[in-house]
Design a protein. Structure first.
Length: 80
């Protein structure tokens, strides 16, 4: 009888089992990652609003006057 290493499994069967196990764990990681809430990868999970949005919020809170808002908005949008 030619059974490979004596247990009925040749090297190709061990390789197939290792590939199957690796595929299983990759699938588990991808499913868990897809189910978790999306995070900004570069920001470490924190999304930073753009400067114009921050300026609008400052105006809404009354931290800047309308004139100051217009001046800063022009700096942000036009660059001067």
């Amino acid at each position: 009888m030619m059974w490979g290493n004596g247990y009925g499994m040749g090297w190709w069967m061990w390789l197939l089992m290792a590939a199957g196990t690796l595929t299983f764990w990759i699938a588990v990681v991808l499913v868990v990652r897809a189910l978790l809430p999306a995070r900004d990868r570069q920001g470490g999970g924190m999304h930073r609003p753009d400067p114009l949005t921050l300026l609008k919020e400052s105006l809404a809170r009354g931290e800047v006057s309308v004139e100051e808002y217009e001046q800063r908005r022009r700096l942000i949008v036009d660059g001067h």
